[in-house]
Design a protein around this ligand. Structure first.
Ligand code: GLU
Ligand code: ZN
Length: 315
């Protein structure tokens, strides 16, 4: 049984880029036949907004995306993340790390430029000498995963075959925050296993994280899902969509009179899935969905002009 998930992060409103990723996840899953899980990635507690959960669900409904299971919430699964962490401690696959960002920067004599920009420096291994049974530090620490010094490979549905040796290119990474809360990498793998997810569709900014997560699947001796990393949406300056580019929240377009059919058509057209921008409902694009047509490169848009005038095309 194929299972995919919609995994909005309610740290703010869902914007056009999120909409496009959710739509692709929906088209691919409905084309293949299977179950869609809705999971709210609400672990990032200081940044999570209560209104954003309801709004994300409204946005999905407005776009015409439906799901079969859920919504689940990460905050309901804290016990599972903790149990998995304890297993990894027991296996001596993690160690407590007290380093600050500054400590890490200072320990690196010649930081080299990784091919994955924005992933931060490769952890220099300062705290890696700890082994299970040793006393844990008195200062605050995170639990850091010892990555493998061997290639992690997968066949991306959009990008084709990809490979990376996490020890050489990414470094040991945190599985918790210093306050003890589970970090993204731990939670996402526990969740996708728990939800029996076989197909992950997400933004291509998460490709480096996929190699980290493959290392976790290997440690758990579990089959990883298939991955499809879809292009991001960028503003005219080439940077990832943000407030400075104007208001790209779905709720904003909705309030301005834009029709969901216009957003759906823009999403499919900008990914190369259809040839024109005639408004369409999401369900109408399932039958023709084909990964091989999907654009690899990020899109550049002018959010203010995208649906201008808002409702003209659907009248
Ligand atoms: N919640 C994440 C996001 O909105 C998705 C996480 C994942 O797919 O791994 O980007
Ligand atoms: Zn450390």
């Amino acid at each position: 049984m194929i299972r995919a998930r919609l995994a909005p992060s309610p740290t703010g409103a869902q914007h056009l880029g999120n909409a496009r990723t959710h739509l692709v996840a929906y088209w691919a899953l409905r084309k293949a036949g299977g179950q869609m899980v809705l999971r709210i990635d609400d672990l990032d507690s200081p940044r999570v907004k209560a209104w954003a959960v309801d709004q994300a669900i409204e946005d999905l409904n407005w776009l015409g995306i439906d799901w079969d299971v859920g919504p689940f919430r990460q905050t309901d699964r804290l016990g599972q993340y903790q149990a998995t962490l304890e297993t990894l401690i027991h296996q001596d696959r993690v160690y407590p790390c007290t380093c600050s960002r500054k400590d890490i920067a200072e320990a690196l004599s010649a930081p080299h430029e990784s091919r994955f920009r924005g992933e931060g420096p490769i952890y220099p291994g300062t705290c890696a000498g700890w082994h299970v049974g040793d006393a844990v530090p008195e200062q605050p620490f995170c639990w850091r995963f010892r990555v493998s010094d061997q290639p992690m490979e997968f066949e991306d549905d959009v990008l084709g075959p990809l490979v990376c040796n996490p020890a050489r290119e990414l470094g040991d990474f945190p599985l918790t925050h210093k306050d003890g809360k589970p970090a993204y990498q731990l939670a996402i793998v526990v969740d996708d296993l728990q939800d029996s997810i076989t197909q992950v569709v997400r933004g291509n900014d998460l490709v480096p994280s996929t190699f980290r997560q493959l290392d976790l699947y290997r440690q758990f001796d579990r089959e990883p899902p298939r991955y499809a990393h879809v292009p991001l949406v960028r503003g005219m300056d080439g940077r990832r969509l943000a407030k400075r580019h104007g208001d790209t929240r779905l709720s904003h377009y909705r309030a301005a009179g834009t029709r969901p059919e216009q957003v759906v058509a823009w999403a499919a057209h900008s990914l190369g899935l259809i040839d024109d921008q005639r408004p369409r409902v999401a369900a109408d694009l399932i039958a023709t969905f084909d990964w091989s047509k999907c654009e690899h490169d990020d899109s550049v848009i002018d959010p203010e002009r995208l649906f201008d005038p808002p409702a003209a095309a659907s009248s």
